[in-house]
Write a protein that binds this ligand. Structure first.
Ligand SMILES: *Cc1c(COP(=O)(O)O)cnc(C)c1O
Length: 373
């Protein structure tokens, strides 16, 4: 079945009792036991499972072509669950330009707990191989990356990890399963912040881990989910599944708009550099063309004049809202260096853009007036 069809139908069935076509919202925290002590519905208590969460997980397993999907209350809770499958003394290889919260989690929370981490340039497979240690148990990737939209060779990293006996995981938040299928490329796990494109409307937080196979890791994730309870509320699961119904069509428009904006910026004399793998001259172009269906809705650009000029341009934009996050219908612009603080690797003149679903002509016109042409 094609992705668009799956996105509409995955995890859905009309309610056999009421005939409702759309899923009911199940708020009950507890579920009835049969006289023999069994749970005939398959549900016992909300922390273990809930019908709305289960429908969302079923849909995500299908979209990512995995055997098991485990939902969490946030992307970071999902990432944390993956790290929790490891043991003190284990070693993780992560990208130098990992999502800021992921790097922070490793440095500030898991390092004291005994998990060791090396941060490498993941676009260089030699650097990934060189970072391997006898206790390397996980290679964590994120592509396209933040904020330079660099592209990592997922099949290449998966092969290196496999050879070393380590798990491989891809933060697939920015690409979404519509544009990139990490498990098909050999990764063991695909992780999502469903807060972004999957829910798609900037109004619900959530996370997901999809495992290629059933087995020890999937079981550990499921056990950690129910033991810790960092799970999405029923309405959050319901909203996220609703977002998934239109994912492919939203992604098509995000990609087309991002391409138009990137092309305009690349030709603008007031712009020093544009990072967007959809541009033929971008260093990630060939690889993105190979492993992604399209280049995505995220880009960044650098203006000469550092922080002062970047703030000036962002302040003059009218359609692009100055705010963090991504993946909603509205275009957002963000100065990454000032939000990431001291450890940032973002150039001071860089602005990151989540290209929304407005008309591309209006977005380009807004950038033109803000850059002053
Ligand atoms: C937002 C984001 C996260 C964190 O997700 P939350 O839902 O905010 O916890 C992780 N990775 C990437 C790439 C993100 O964009």
């Amino acid at each position: 079945m094609k992705f668009e069809t799956l996105a509409v139908h995955a995890g859905a069935a009309p309610d056999p009792v009421t005939g409702a076509v759309m899923p009911a919202l199940h708020l009950s925290t507890t579920f009835v036991r049969a006289p023999d002590g069994s749970f005939p519905s398959g549900y016992a208590y909300i922390r273990d499972a809930n019908p709305n969460r289960r429908a969302l997980e079923a849909a995500m397993a299908q979209l990512e072509e995995g055997a098991a999907a485990v939902a969490f209350a946030s992307g970071m809770a999902a990432t944390m669950a993956v790290f929790q499958t490891l043991a003190p003394g284990d070693h993780v290889i992560a990208p130098l330009d990992a999502y800021f919260g992921t790097a922070k989690l490793l440095r500030e929370h898991f390092a004291p707990w005994g998990l060791e981490a090396s941060f490498v340039d993941m676009t260089d497979l030699g650097a990934v191989r060189a970072a391997l240690r006898p206790r390397t148990r996980l290679v964590w990737t994120e592509t396209p990356s933040n904020p330079t939209i660099a592209v990592t060779d997922l099949a290449g990293v998966a092969a290196i990890a496999k050879e070393a006996g380590a798990l491989s995981a891809c933060d697939n938040t920015w690409a979404t399963p519509f544009l990139q299928r990490p498990l098909r490329l050999g990764m063991d796990l695909a992780m999502h912040s469903t807060t972004k494109y999957l829910s798609g409307h900037s109004d619900v937080m959530g996370g997901m881990v999809v495992a290629r196979e059933q087995g020890r890791v999937a079981e550990r994730l499921r056990a950690f989910q129910s033991a810790g309870g960092a799970v999405p509320a029923p309405f959050d699961a319901w909203l996220t599944l609703r977002g998934i119904r239109t994912l492919p069509w939203r992604m098509r428009a995000h990609c087309a708009n991002a391409r138009a904006v990137a092309t305009f910026l690349a030709e603008h004399p007031g712009v020093e550099r544009v990072h967007y793998p959809g541009l033929p001259r971008d260093p990630g172009h060939a690889l993105a063309a190979k492993q992604m269906a399209d280049a995505g809705g995220m880009l960044s650009f650098v203006v000469p004049g550092g922080r002062t000029r970047a703030f000036e341009v962002a302040a003059r934009l009218r359609l692009f809202t100055r705010a963090t996050s991504l993946g909603g219908p509205e275009s957002l612009v963000e100065h990454r260096a000032s939000i990431e603080g001291e450890r940032t690797r973002a150039p001071e003149g860089l602005l990151r853009v989540s290209v929304g679903l407005e008309h591309a002509d209006d977005l380009v016109a807004d950038l033109a007036q803000a850059l002053g042409t």
